[in-house]
Design a protein around this ligand. Structure first.
Ligand SMILES: [Zn+2]
Ligand SMILES: [Zn+2]
Length: 261
């Protein structure tokens, strides 16, 4: 499997074409003679982007008749008449500045983006590309990058990567069977006040009862029991805080409070 960098023609809006069509065709000039199905293609865009924004996989080579109409993305009516290869979009890099010409140069690239080249021609470049992909395709990596980004950058990214119709994703999660009686008991015991901060429940539920949430002091996923002694009734604020911060002082205070259960 070979990895290629393919600089997009200035007159071709490669980013939009890949986003909208997912599969595009690409002139297969002499430099791409050895391209094969399964090869990876990093699409580089010139001014003003000057970065790789898409990773693609080559799905067909030596095609003599074009079957995909991407004329809406091209300002240049002159058709390349040689063979074409076909590729499908694999991944759009949200933080493509990590793959700017400058960044690529810093990590081994020595060319001038004047035509297709093989990533392996430049020492260290493949390792860098793979590292960036690993960061940008993992949730913690992406969250870390987002945390460092500026408000303007995030505004642009959020717009580009927002989904009008989010796709559902199946999640496998372990669910613990818990007794509604234990939860109900804890809420009765709390008598309308949060067992951590002591404040009254912030609102009443639709039946007019103070709204509190049952929380397991030692999480069920960590071996805690669904028992009255391990279940506290908390206001939504404190409950969220327990899960986000898990402050040892809070845990201690709840344990103290429940120890005589
Ligand atoms: Zn509270
Ligand atoms: Zn909880």
């Amino acid at each position: 499997m070979t990895e290629w960098i393919l600089p997009a023609n200035r007159s071709y809006r490669a980013y939009d074409a890949l986003r909208d069509l997912q599969t595009i065709e690409w002139g297969q000039n002499a430099k791409l003679r050895d391209a094969a199905v399964g090869d990876i293609a990093y699409i580089y865009e010139c001014d003003p982007v000057k970065a790789i924004r898409w990773k693609c996989r080559i799905t067909a080579v030596n095609r003599t008749v074009c079957v995909i109409d991407d004329s809406a993305y091209s300002d240049d009516p002159v058709e390349y008449t040689g063979p074409h290869l076909e590729m499908e979009a694999v991944y759009a890099y949200p933080f493509y500045r990590q793959l700017s010409l400058e960044a690529l140069r810093k990590h081994g690239y020595k060319g001038s983006m004047q035509g297709p080249c093989q990533v392996s021609s430049y020492r260290g470049l493949a390792g860098y590309l793979h590292k960036v992909e690993k960061i940008q395709t993992s949730e913690p990596g992406l969250a870390g990058l987002a945390a460092q980004a500026s408000l303007l950058e995030l505004r642009e990214l959020a717009g580009k990567h927002s989904l009008a119709c989010p796709t559902a994703r199946a999640v496998r999660a372990r669910q613990y069977v818990r007794s509604p009686l234990v939860a109900e008991y804890a809420k009765k015991r709390a008598d309308g006040k949060c067992e951590l901060c002591g404040q009254p429940a912030p609102f009443l539920d639709r039946y007019g009862r103070p709204y509190l949430e049952a929380h397991h002091v030692q999480w069920l996923s960590r071996g805690g029991g669904d028992t009255a002694a391990n279940t506290a009734a908390l206001c939504p604020n404190c409950h969220r805080k327990m899960h986000v911060v898990q402050d040892p002082g809070d845990v201690f205070a709840l344990r103290r409070k429940l120890e005589n259960e």
